[in-house]
Design a protein around this ligand. Structure first.
Ligand code: SF4
Ligand code: MSK
Length: 631
């Protein structure tokens, strides 16, 4: 057996975290670890979802002695309303990100700064959306496609166009159950209206609208976002990169792009790669520029350019604590406001670029599509000029770094499978090799591991335990968001990591030439996983709820994750959660999210905060589906 001897362990990571925390103490800064302690006793009403402040007669909190709020809403109504609002917030975050990208597409022109990078994908989408392409300038086509996409947010009638991409069985289920999503903004507004005082108090109605709103994200906002990002910046391809704090470079100007919206980071990366800027960096005594990513922006730039991934969600403060960051440039979502204050303890310039994410203490440079390239140049120059201010006494770059192979959108996975074993298949673009491997039992099934990390549990431990156990049991893993960066940090996402696998999975990875954990992108790219599972379902002729394929979010934390979990369940895929949703104060809601949704969509949540037990239940769930299929 060949296994990298220097593979990172959770103990290595925790040692580095402790060392960086000492650094924080020395410079008089606080980090999330300190704030976790001051927030140690979580509010039980908030935890259970049974505090309501939807009107100014309240807030009302439910206790055994006070089982109803002033209006008469009980624990079930309150928990259901809070939960539905989380789905709406998550749906709006992903979808509004997409809306911005559609505006960028609408402004795209041949002379830039934003151009069309994947013309074939644009033409395919145009055909799908009935936009004429023949004899037309590609930019005219792009602008019309952008308008069709924007209409998906507010069209007065009809349903989300991309729901037609789902297998017929799903479309019929959604239609029959009344959860086929209409315009994205409509579904979000309906949740807010339903949860206003004096409206819905029935958990079932709120669960159903939550599912519907989430579908307008998964098969709407997020899926459109992925398509438009590929069209504008190129469909990702398999490429090598590295990850963890060791990707920072003491000799170069370090720039971090952090957040989610690639419109900003793509410009910064492009500028950092120019000779002009690297020469400028050399003129101030640096050896060049080192641009790295954090959170989902890291995923976006890694899979399109091979840019190293410095860290995931809980590592964003650590990145600054290394003392070598000249500039951290953020856009939207998952950005700690604490970053701006922390940066003040170092020479780091902390720059916000979106009016959606303003942070006190940050330098604000509002990105505009027409001037994005010039603004990116100004930011990179700001970083270079700041190099001289680095304080050597505050520098500590941890020696942790792993290599990764990233960039497996659905298209790439098909290409890989076709290239190896599809000579007997007449049509290109089949999942049959993967299906055959699952049917024969060489692969037992597949799991999409997604989501954030969360200090409510031992950070990253659950991810690593679950991933390793699945690989050992011949279960293929696909990952997005911060989960994929965890896989990278612990050396699980490269071609050597097949040595963690059982015999069957190792054979498949060797034959196809892929790592056992496939990197499918940012959290918005979970739509790629939906298409992958839908494709397998159609090729196999097995409905999505019956496939031995499930989702898992071991350490989720955001409202986006609540929306995602709902659209995955709506798609008929069970979701295994390592963190409890905030509805535990309502027995009815706990029943709805774990069992009730099964009657509507054929899937539900399985919740267990113990990672060892959670992974065993995943394996049992997959085996039970295999048995039901007779394989
Ligand atoms: Fe209280 Fe009802 Fe107002 Fe909520 S809506 S704060 S439960 S009175
Ligand atoms: S960044 S939503 S912490 S995956 Fe997409 Fe990571 Fe979760 Fe944010």
């Amino acid at each position: 057996m060949k296994l990298n001897e220097h593979i990172t362990t959770i103990e290595d990571v925790e040692e580095v975290n402790a060392r960086l925390h000492e650094q924080a103490v020395q410079v008089g800064a606080e980090t999330y670890q300190d704030r976790v302690k001051t927030q140690a006793t979580h509010c039980k009403f908030g935890e259970g979802g049974i505090c309501c402040k939807n009107c100014s007669m309240g807030p009302c909190r439910i206790t055994p002695k006070a089982p109803r709020g002033i209006c008469g809403a009980d624990a079930h109504a309150i928990a259901a309303r809070n939960y539905a609002r989380s789905v709406a917030a998550g749906t709006s975050a992903h979808s509004d990100h997409t809306r911005e990208l559609l505006h960028v597409l609408h402004s795209a022109k041949p002379e830039g700064p934003y151009t069309i990078k994947d013309e074939a994908k644009l033409k395919a989408l145009a055909a799908e959306w009935d936009v004429k392409t023949e004899g037309r300038d590609i930019y005219d086509v792009a602008h019309e496609v952008a308008m069709v996409g924007l209409m998906e947010f507010g069209k007065p009638e009809g349903f989300q166009l991309f729901t037609r991409r789902a297998p017929k069985e799903r479309q019929e289920t959604w239609s029959k159950e009344g959860i086929l999503p209409r315009a994205i903004d409509r579904e979000i507004a309906t949740v807010l209206h339903m949860t206003h005082i004096g409206n819905t108090a029935m958990p079932e109605a709120l669960i159903r609208q939550g599912l519907r709103a989430s579908l307008s994200n998964g098969w709407g906002g997020s899926m459109i976002g992925t398509e438009i990002t590929d069209i504008l910046f190129g469909t990702p391809q398999e490429r090598e990169t590295t990850g963890d704090l060791g990707v920072l470079d003491g000799d170069r100007v370090n720039i971090v792009v952090h957040g989610h919206d690639p419109a900003m980071s793509e410009m910064v990366v492009a500028v950092c790669e120019t000779k002009e800027m690297n020469d400028l960096a050399k003129s101030v005594g640096a050896k060049g520029i080192n641009v790295v990513g954090c959170c989902c922006t890291a995923n976006e730039v890694a899979m399109r350019h091979g840019i190293p991934m410095a860290g995931n969600f809980l590592q964003q403060e650590n990145v600054i604590l290394t003392g070598v960051i000249e500039l951290m440039c953020v856009d939207v979502q998952c950005i700690f406001p604490a970053g701006a204050t922390l940066a003040e303890c170092f020479h780091t310039k902390f720059v916000t670029t979106s009016p959606i994410a303003r942070i006190p203490g940050a330098i604000h440079v509002e990105f505009k599509t027409e001037s994005a390239l010039d603004q990116a140049k100004d930011l990179v120059k700001m970083a270079i000029e700041n190099f001289k201010n680095r304080d050597a006494a505050k520098v500590y770059i941890p020696p942790l770094k792993q290599k990764a192979v990233v960039g497996y959108p659905t298209d790439q996975i098909i290409r890989r499978l076709d290239g190896v074993t599809n000579s007997h298949v007449d049509v290109l673009g089949s999942y049959r090799p993967a299906i055959d491997a699952i049917k024969s039992g060489v692969l037992r099934g597949a799991v999409g591991i997604v989501g954030c990390n969360n200090p409510r549990v031992r950070p990253e431990f659950s991810h690593v335990e679950i991933m390793k156990e699945l690989l050992k049991n011949d279960i293929l893993v696909v990952a997005t968001g911060c989960a994929s960066q965890v896989a990278t940090k612990y050396g699980l996402m490269n071609n050597d990591s097949k040595w963690f696998c059982g015999d069957g999975l190792r054979r498949v990875c060797t034959l196809v030439g892929i790592p056992p954990i496939l990197h499918m992108g940012a959290c918005v790219d979970i739509s790629r996983i939906l298409r992958l599972v839908a494709g397998i379902s159609e090729d196999w002729g097995v409905p999505m709820p019956e496939l031995p394929i499930v989702g898992c979010a071991p350490e989720w934390m955001s409202e986006k994750a609540v929306s995602i979990a709902n659209y995955v369940v709506s798609s008929g895929i069970d979701v295994y959660l390592g963190i409890e949703p905030q509805v535990t104060g309502s027995s009815e809601m706990m029943e709805w999210i774990t069992q009730g949704t099964r009657k509507i969509t054929g899937a539900g949540f399985i919740i267990n905060t113990d990672p060892k037990e959670l992974v065993q239940s995943i394996i049992e769930g997959i085996e039970a589906k295999r048995t039901a299929l007779g394989i």
